[in-house]
Design a protein around this ligand. Structure first.
Ligand code: AP5
Length: 195
């Protein structure tokens, strides 16, 4: 990984980690540093709900309860976003894939354009710290019972996605229980980019 001096293809990165692990926070810090767009599926879905689109109406109940949106819908949402020209020089996906099915779907989306991933970054944070952060943030889906439901869904459906990328030699694990700038530095260092 050569950071800013990379060729025309740029970096294709995933940010994995439990709800509240700091994926969104790190995605925005890294996006400008690595010159790639940060793409948050959670953010896109919340926007759809706020706009009252057909998609938004269909998924608002799921988001409110901490359940996952179905894989077929997510595939469409991500495919459409990755078709936009700003991803030609790389991207950082925050919150996708969240199931093994989604990981296979992403493979298919990328292989149709002949691209592969450079790394899947797993941000590790202890569960009680995750709950503390979510409750401090007070987003609409940050009620304690919903936060705990999102964590259970994560353990069940999303945790195996990290193993999927470990098996491919793409997993980079980073300690997320430290100050935000230290987490950013740890990710850059793991990618071989000077902080
Ligand atoms: P999404 O928005 O992706 O929510 P999430 O995974 O629950 O992630 P969060 O946004 O809660 O946490 P984060 O890891 O981004 O942490 P953040 O930087 O915000 O998804 C929402 C919903 O959409 C899902 O529940 C699901 O329903 C649906 N969805 C999304 N993608 C989907 C998919 N692929 N398939 C199906 N459904 C999907 O940080 C959290 C807080 O901690 C902030 O207040 C921050 O300031 C603070 N913080 C961050 N880093 C640190 C640090 N190092 N030290 C102290 N505090 C910190």
């Amino acid at each position: 990984v050569e950071g800013d001096s990379r060729g025309p293809k740029g970096l294709r990165l995933l940010l994995l980690g439990a709800p509240g692990s700091g994926k969104g926070t790190q995605a925005s810090a890294l996006s400008s540093r690595l010159c790639v767009p940060a793409i948050s599926t959670g953010e896109m879905l919340r926007e759809a709900v706020a706009e009252g689109s057909e998609l938004g109406e269909r998924i608002s109940g799921l988001l409110a309860s901490g359940e996952l949106v179905d894989d077929a819908t997510m595939r469409q949402v991500v495919q459409r976003r990755l078709d936009k020209p700003d991803t030609e020089r790389g991207f950082m996906l925050d919150g996708y894939p969240r199931t093994i099915d989604q990981a296979h779907a992403l493979d298919e989306i990328l292989s149709s354009s002949g691209e592969g991933l450079d790394a899947a970054i797993q941000i590790e944070v202890p569960e009680e710290e995750l709950v503390r952060r979510a409750l401090a943030r007070r987003r609409e889906d940050d009620r304690e019972d919903i936060v705990r439901r999102r964590l259970a869904v994560y353990r069940d459906k999303t945790r195996p996605v990290a193993e999927f990328y470990r098996d491919r030699g793409l997993l980079v694990e980073v300690d997320g229980d430290q100050p935000i700038v230290r987490v950013t530095e740890a990710i850059l260092s793991a990618l071989g980019v000077a902080a």
